[in-house]
Ligand binder design. Structure first.
Ligand code: SAH
Length: 225
């Protein structure tokens, strides 16, 4: 695995494998049980997804700024959403909205066959692309577009993961969910009560389950940056 050989990827000091293992223990203590998810987190160097100045905090279980007013999600949240996506089996095709740093994208690329990911801020997308290349996660396609619209050319998706919160469920995303598919999405106002929802399409019907309270940056509709 290149992950173990390259010193940059392997990390040292506060980014060493030992420090990373402590994050795994913290996630287990917080209730993350899926061994596949824990292994994906173990093998994905989070310190490469933030600015060098923040690398020493990369294995704390906390959200970190990635510029442009955006944040890299907390590891617990990434783990929880990934677990929810995998619960009924490994999805073949996943759509992610809000690539951001590319960290959750890299985890999904490790866990599933094919990942399509949309980001509205071009500069973030460019950085994410570089990181995914460095980590040799090649089963990912990135697109600079408005995630509200989904990515109809590759629909339907077995799973959809949304990393930013809309006020209501975006109808185009719901349309692009395959029969038997599941979507994990935070819904609710900024600064108000957001809920992390699991939406499943079963026998043509949508079923909604609240997973837990959430706190995400807004899903912005329309204008690209
Ligand atoms: N999973 C990412 C989280 C990034 S924060 C990570 O771990 O780094 C959410 C991201 O959603 C931001 O990068 C933001 O620019 C993006 N976003 C917000 N509205 C969007 C939209 N309509 N379409 C695509 N991306 C959007």
């Amino acid at each position: 695995m290149p992950v173990q050989r390259d010193p940059l990827i392997r990390g040292s000091g506060l980014t060493s494998p030992r420090v990373r293992e402590r994050l795994i223990e913290r996630l287990q203590a917080a209730g993350i049980r899926d061994a596949r998810v824990l292994e994906a987190i173990r093998r994905t160097p989070r310190h490469l997804f933030v600015d060098e100045a923040l690398a020493g905090r990369a294995y704390e279980d906390t959200a970190l700024p990635i510029g442009h007013g955006q944040t890299l999600s907390q590891p617990y949240t990434v783990a929880r959403m990934s677990e929810a996506i995998l619960r009924d089996g490994v999805p073949g095709k996943v759509l992610e909205i809000g690539t951001g740093s590319g960290y959750q994208t890299a985890i999904l690329a490790h866990l599933t066959n094919q990942v399509f990911s949309i980001e509205r801020i071009k500069a973030l997308q460019d950085q994410a692309r570089e990181r995914l290349r460095l980590l040799e996660r090649f089963n990912v396609r990135l697109r600079h577009a408005d995630g509200w619209q989904g990515w109809s050319a590759h629909a339907p998706y077995d799973a959809i993961l949304v990393a930013a919160a809309p006020d209501t469920l975006p109808p185009r995303l719901v349309e692009q969910l395959a029969e038997g598919g599941r979507m994990v999405i935070p819904v609710g106002p900024q600064g108000g009560t957001q809920k992390l929802l699991m939406i499943r399409r079963e026998a043509g019907e949508l079923r909604e389950q609240v997973l837990e309270p959430a706190s995400f940056v807004p899903l912005i509709s329309g204008a690209l940056a």
